[in-house]
Design a binder for this molecule. Structure first.
Ligand code: SAH
Length: 214
């Protein structure tokens, strides 16, 4: 299923009304159709509503306005190498791939990696690579990164991710207890340390250590 003209208009309207105003972010979200990333037949008719939806392995595809706000806060530049932690459906990674030079996305469930990679192949996105790994350790082989986006909540910014952020780089992530409301924060690496900015309240699935069973 793909979006009708009216669904597309409402989808973009919802993004703008929730504060997604950055043109490049809106363009990328207009280009990448969310429908095919919502595979569960029960929910495919809700793909263009501004709500999170269940995907395989007990995980969720994030709410579009949250994807938009995180993407715009990340301020991705065309030459950037980006790390995403928590591939899930692959939707966020596909959007990042439109904005960045190179995207690495890591996920602890093999099934989600396989399905996300199939979506990237279908869309001909050749600058995004999905890797099965525990993203709380980052991706040392490819570090440092210009931008890091974490789409699962840890209690605090994981040390290895801070270490893999380039000077001048930005990381956006939800922090807080997994069963409570969390804060979305933006971390900027300066020459002499890190700046922290709190953006808004969010709710994400937890960042879990180790690899999944499926
Ligand atoms: N960005 C996704 C939504 C992610 S939901 C999308 O666009 O659809 C969060 C994902 O983080 C889940 O798929 C979960 O399995 C994954 N995750 C949780 N802990 C992780 C870890 N330590 N390493 C990698 N992925 C993790």
């Amino acid at each position: 299923m793909s979006a009708s003209a009216e669904q597309k208009m409402q989808f973009l309207f919802a993004l703008r009304s929730k504060g997604v105003t950055d043109t490049r972010t809106l363009n990328a979200m207009e280009t990448i159709d969310r429908g095919p990333f919502v595979r569960d037949g029960l929910f495919s008719n809700r793909a263009y509503e501004d709500m999170p939806l269940p995907i395989a392995c007990g995980q969720t595809i994030s709410q579009p306005s949250v994807v938009g706000l995180m993407t715009q806060a990340l301020d991705v530049q065309p030459r950037d190498k980006v790390l995403e932690v928590g591939t899930g459906s692959g939707y966020q990674a596909a959007i990042l791939s439109h904005l960045a030079r190179r995207v690495y996305t890591v996920e602890r469930h093999r099934r989600l990696i396989r399905e996300a990679q199939a979506q990237f192949d279908r869309l001909g996105l050749t600058n995004v690579t999905a890797i099965m790994a525990d993203g709380s350790h980052g991706l040392p082989d490819q570090a440092p990164f210009d931008r890091i986006l974490v789409t699962a909540a840890a209690e605090d910014a994981p040390g290895p991710l801070l270490a893999q952020l380039r000077e001048g780089g930005i990381m956006v992530l939800p922090v807080g207890q997994s069963d409570a409301v969390q804060s979305l924060i933006k971390v900027t690496r300066q020459a002499d340390g890190f700046d922290y900015e709190e953006l808004r309240a969010v709710r994400f699935v937890p960042l879990v250590e180790g690899l999944g069973q499926d």
